[in-house]
Design a protein around this ligand. Sequence first.
Ligand SMILES: NC(=O)c1ccc[n+]([C@@H]2O[C@H](COP(=O)([O-])OP(=O)(O)OC[C@H]3O[C@@H](n4cnc5c(N)ncnc54)[C@H](O)[C@@H]3O)[C@@H](O)[C@H]2O)c1
Ligand SMILES: [Zn+2]
Length: 353
Amino acid sequence: MISSLPITLGSIYPNLQSWIAGRNPSKVLVVSDINTNKYCLPLIREALPPNTIHFVLEPGIDQHLEQVKTLDTAERVWTIMHQHAIDRHGLVLNLGGGVVTDLGGFCAAVYKRGIPYASVPTSLLAMTDAAIGGKTGVDFLGLKNMLGVVVQPEHVFVDPIFLQTLPPRELVSGYAEMVKHALLGERELLDSITSMGPPLRAEPPAMFKTLTLSIQTKISIVQADPMEKGLRQLLNFGHTIGHALESWFLQSPDPLTHGEAVAIGLIAESYLARSTQLQWLNTILGASFQHRNIPEWSFEALWANALHDKKNKQGTVQMAVPGKNPFELQMLATERRDFEKALRYYNNLANTR
Ligand SMILES: NC(=O)c1ccc[n+]([C@@H]2O[C@H](COP(=O)([O-])OP(=O)(O)OC[C@H]3O[C@@H](n4cnc5c(N)ncnc54)[C@H](O)[C@@H]3O)[C@@H](O)[C@H]2O)c1
Ligand SMILES: [Zn+2]
């Protein structure tokens, strides 16, 4: 346990095995996807009781899982839960990246008004962010995380061993959320990330330290404000613009990963906030992420997406960004003209690389 939130960082098999044996659930539903079913399930199979059933998520037509983080998929999960007569003494065990932990957590939280769930995050992004804090949900009407609830998992098991099979693009995607946590004011994390790059590289000891610090940052914010009444909004840094981009690029032939969208969002929002860390950010993210041009003709749709994303006042978009002091929340009311300026600022970085 690395805090009072039930999170174990370390060898997956013995920890999961003894935890499940101690809980003795009536049934276990493992929610995975086709990759984590193939690469990650073998590492936990022996820890699962005989009364285990599986739901394996298949990606959408262009191979992206985000396209199936939908209510339709949730309905399929609930149908299986019903068919196998899973009751409130059952357990949903998420084995996957953020799509699986968001979707599986949501299915558990809503089914029969809520049954317990636990998560084994297998992507860097899910280990450092998505699986921690209890936010669950699905996309709806093409907008990110429109439907969801905040319900804490009973336990989260983090083991970096799963990163060994994670595709490089997905590993890089996870860096974005660690960088976000560092920018919120955690100096030691910022130094740890700086020592990993640029470009960011996952050498095991440095990665373990950075991951631990990043998880601790997320935990301390979630504990201080579990229901996002104030401070927790800081975790949305980079996400107002990031989500607008992620939703828009979902319709394109080569969608952005969540982390790629957040990386652009961090740069654009830091530009708007006149952050003193902007240069550091450009260096560290510029060397690690491929530059993606945001076409000017998408700006109108992106603005419409951003207006949906947060509580907005009179045609401005409210963005949560770090203040001057560590862990200080600042809300930026952004007008469309500045929003577009920030996107152009990002686009122009391509010329400076
Ligand atoms: N709930 C939250 O607080 C929160 C926070 C951040 C992000 N999110 C959500 O998380 C999602 C993104 O998560 P993600 O980046 O993990 O994407 P993902 O779940 O789509 O996983 C990325 C890809 O990596 C594969 N994969 C995962 N682990 C693997 C492993 N160990 N070996 C081989 N392949 C593996 C998956 O099959 C998938 O193809 C988004 O939907 C985002 O909205 C939620
Ligand atoms: Zn995120």
